[in-house]
Design a protein around this ligand. Sequence first.
Ligand code: CU
Length: 201
Amino acid sequence: MNTRTSFLIAACALVLAACGDKSPDTASVATEPAAAADAAPATETAPAPAPQATDTSASAAATPGSDKPAAVVTDCATEIEGNDLMQFNVGSIAVPASCTEFKITLKHVGKLAAAVMGHNVVIAEASDVQAVNTDGLAAGPDAGYVKPGDARIVAHTELIGGGQATFVSFPVSKIQGDGYEFFCSFPGHAALMKGTITVGK
Ligand SMILES: [Cu+2]
């Protein structure tokens, strides 16, 4: 009886929530799963909020690179790879808080030239990435698709082609907070070649 009561409460809550949307149809639809849920109480109420939670994490998972492994960090340095398929091999870089300087080595493991499949690593606040990228595009290939003197950029490597490697070192103190990303500013690449860079606690 207790479970049924809690279902009624849950159903009422759903009705109230749906009524808030001024949609009687949605309200009756919303109550049905709960009413039919005699068999599986605890789980049945969960699906209702679940879609929202999934949506939220889906847009957070728009955080690019989240499907890729974290970079291996050793001695305040890491090495990441870019390939001919417009991909980095890692989706995130966790910088140890004990580091004052951090070094990122970029290896282009593909064969294509920098002019057609160039890669670099640019670090900026996520909220600046699009603008930094747009200005990099305007700066053009001779500038390595990085606007000279762009103060929004924490650090960046040069643009390299297949078989090449490069690196950049930067003060860890330049990363203030969790909202930073690394990306490739070659035109169109940031859509796939992007990940998060955070400083550990
Ligand atoms: Cu690239």
